[in-house]
Design a protein around this ligand. Sequence first.
Ligand SMILES: [Fe+2]
Length: 461
Amino acid sequence: MCNSFDGLYADAINADNVRVTIGEMTLGCCHYYEFTEGRESVFAVDPSAIRFGPGVLQEVGHDARSLGLKRIALYTDRVVAQLDIVADAIKALRDAGIDAVVYGDVHVEPTDQSISTAVRFAQETEFDGFVSIGGGSVMDTCKAANLYSTYPADLLAYVNAPIGEARSVPGPLKPHIACPTTSGTGSECTGIAVFDLLEMKVKTGIAHRALRPTLSLIDPSVTRTLPANVVASSGFDVLSHALESYTAVPFTQRVQPERPDLRPMSQGANPYSDIGCLEALRRTGRYLLRAVADADDSEAREGMMLAATLAGMAFGNAGVHIPHGMSYSVAGLIRDFRPQGYPRAEPICPHGISVIVDAPAVFRYTAPACPERHLEAAACLGADVRDATADDAGEVLAEHLITMMRNTDIPNGISGVGYAEADIPALAKGAFAQQRLLKNAPVEVRDETLRSLYRSALTCW
Ligand SMILES: [Fe+2]
C-alpha cells in the first residue's frame, strides 16, 4: 500500500482533467507526500471566510454590524479613495449605524515609515474594527495597523527573522473586513503583510495567522477600471503564487514540530493548497491575456479575480518561495523604473513584475526537484507538454511563462527594470535575508545560487 498522501488525495486533486500522461510519466505527482520517520505527517488548513460576487461590497455594513462593530477605521489609498466604491461602502456602513473614519493615504508598496503613520492613525482613535478597500498595499497596511494598535511594539518586533525579532502575536486582533480592488495579491486570504524597510533597502514582512482578515468581500466588478498593465502585473503575481505553492517543498519533508501550535503557516505544498493552485493556474492560463487585452472582457477579469482568491487561499496555507524571495530586493533596490498605471512621483517596481522577471530562471532551476509538478503547471497554463520529458520540464515551463510575459508587455528580465551585472551582489544579499521563503523551496538555496539566478534573470529572452 502506498505510504503517502497521494494515494488518498490524487483523485480529488486531479478530478478535473489535470492528470496528464507523458511517455511513462503520469503527472499528478505520485509520492510527493511521502511519510518519513520524524518528519511532519499533518497539514493544517486555516480557511478564509470569503464572499465573492458582483455587488458584494454593498454588504459591508451588514457584515460589520454582524461582527458587533460600532466605530471602524477604513483604510484605502489616494486613487481608490476617489472611486465610488469607497463612498458606497461608507454609506453602507453608516446606514448600518457604524461610524467609519477614513485613512485615505496608504502608500502603494508600503514602507516602514508609511506603516508607522498608518499605525499612529489607528492608535489615536478608539476603533473596534477595520475595513480595508484597495490592493495588497492597502490590505497589508491595514493588517499592520490592526496589529500594532492592538499590541503596541517596536515595528521590528513582529517582523520576520532575521531582519526582525519574529515575535509571536500575543492574541487575536480586532475584526478586519478586507475588500480587494485588484486581482492579484490574495492578501485578503493570508496572514502576511509586506513592506519596504527603507534603511536596509529591503522588503520584509510579518507572517502570522492572527493577521488573516476576519472576512473578505471580493467584488470582481471593481476590476473593470484597472489599467491593462496593472492587470498584467497583478495577474503574474497570482500565477506565481500558485506556481510557487504547487512546487514548494512538500509539507512531509519538514521536521515534525514539538507542539502543534509551532506548525508554521507556510507549511509547504500540501493536498489542500494543491487544489487551489491547479485551478488558479488553469484560470490564469485561460484568462490573463484576455483580461489584459480587453477591459470590457468581464468574464476574463472576473476569472482572474477568482484565480487570485484561489491562489491566495493556496499560498496562505502553503507559502511561496524563491521568485518572491528574489522579488523583494528587485523591488526594494529599484532606482528609476516608473511603469505606466502607477503613481509616478517615485520609482517603483510593481510587485507582480518584480516576481515574474525572476520566475523563468527559478523554475528552470527548481524543475529537477519535482519535474512532474512543473510540467503539470505548464499544462494548466496552456503549454503543449505532449512530447515533453522530465528533463524538459523547467525549459517548457520557463518558455511558456516567457511567451505570456511577452504577450502582456512585461519587462525583459531584471535588466528591463534597470539592473545590471554589477547589481547582482546587492540583489542576492537582500534575497538571502528572505530565509522564511527560501526554506520553502524544493531545493537548497545559497547565496551563490541567488547570484546565479539573478544572472540568468538579467534577460528572459
Ligand atoms: Fe505576491
